[in-house]
Design a protein around this ligand. Structure first.
Ligand code: PCA
Length: 218
């Protein structure tokens, strides 16, 4: 599939925490090769491991040379597509990762800034999703596990790459998974994939983000 289209690198994770699939990878791979907003989607799977996720991510960045990078991860307990606003410079793992590592209160990047904001047009993405009938929200925390780790490292690397925009989206469990987690919300894979396609198209075709209130009062 040789193409001169600019590329969107879309990452998903392998299963973790006793699950046998990870909806983030199922959705990412469903979009692999698609043309969205004048960009070609290239999907890659990252391991749910603090150390190796970044090795695989950096190799994918070098190989794909994307204009846009969007990480996707499973967030059990969330009920909507959750567009992350910020990634913070700390790992604090409640459970060990798939390699058995459990970092507690260590920086993702020693000496790095406390946080990075997403450089995606998150409000435009949110409004487009809502207009298309896909439940979505802006989230102000990506947690402190492997997803935040990847989101932070991604922002740190792309901050030095002119014109490359990056961010992260958490997604709910699939109905199949939620069967085993009473009270956990879920979203069908088709809906997640449709939503991500909309989010990617907007990210690819929006320069300056729109101004729309989507904050929270705690
Ligand atoms: N979700 C985890 C890591 C991998 C994934 O899909 C997280 O939210 O950190």
């Amino acid at each position: 599939m040789a193409t001169t289209l600019p590329r969107i690198l879309l990452t998903g994770f392998d299963p973790f925490g006793g699950e046998n699939l990870n909806p983030s990878w199922e959705a990412a791979r469903a979009l692999h090769g698609k043309r969205l907003g004048g960009h070609r989607v290239v999907a890659r799977q990252l391991p749910t491991e603090f150390a190796r996720s970044l090795v695989v991510l950096k190799a994918a960045l070098r190989e794909v040379r994307p204009a846009i990078v969007i990480g996707v991860g499973q967030a059990g307990g969330r009920s909507r597509l959750s567009i992350e606003r910020v990634a913070i410079n700390v790992d604090d793992a409640r459970i060990a990762d798939n390699a058995g590592a459990q970092p507690i209160d260590v920086p993702v990047v020693p000496g790095g800034p406390a946080a990075y904001f997403s450089t995606l047009p998150i409000k435009a993405m949110l409004i487009a999703l809502q207009a298309a009938g896909v439940p979505a929200e802006i989230s102000n925390t990506a947690g402190t596990y492997v997803c935040n780790h990847v989101a932070y490292a991604l922002a740190h690397v792309t901050a030095r790459q002119r014109g490359v925009r990056s961010g992260f989206i958490h997604i709910p469990l699939l109905p199949d998974q939620a069967v085993r987690h009473p009270h956990a919300p879920s979203m069908a894979l088709e809906e997640v994939t449709r939503g991500l396609a909309i989010a990617l198209r907007v990210a690819a075709s929006t320069g300056t983000d729109i101004r729309a209130a989507a904050g929270t009062i705690s």
